[in-house]
Design a protein around this ligand. Structure first.
Ligand SMILES: [Zn+2]
Length: 85
């Protein structure tokens, strides 16, 4: 995934441009690129191989151990909310 790629959440269509997102298998079955809000509702938890991978707002992959850390996840979630389009 390129950092500056303009993509949208596969579920709610929110822009994921310069926002953290999750590449994951959703509860309904298929794989999707989704926003953190949708991940909390529809994504398979926790982050891990065959489940979900978190990317930060720069498009960089976050290690699963860090993504599963509630403090780190909350920080990344806050960075999503602070983006002004
Ligand atoms: Zn979404």
């Amino acid at each position: 995934m390129e950092p500056a790629m303009k993509i949208n959440c596969d579920l709610c269509s929110a822009s994921l441009y310069r926002r953290p997102f999750v590449d994951c298998k959703i509860l309904a079955g298929p794989w999707a690129n989704i926003c953190l809000h949708c991940y909390l509702i529809h994504g398979l938890h926790p982050f891990g191989i065959g489940r979900a991978t978190l990317f930060d707002s720069a498009g960089l992959r976050v290690a699963h151990a860090q993504a599963n850390n509630p403090t780190i996840f909350a920080e990344i979630q806050r960075s999503a909310e602070s983006v002004i389009l």
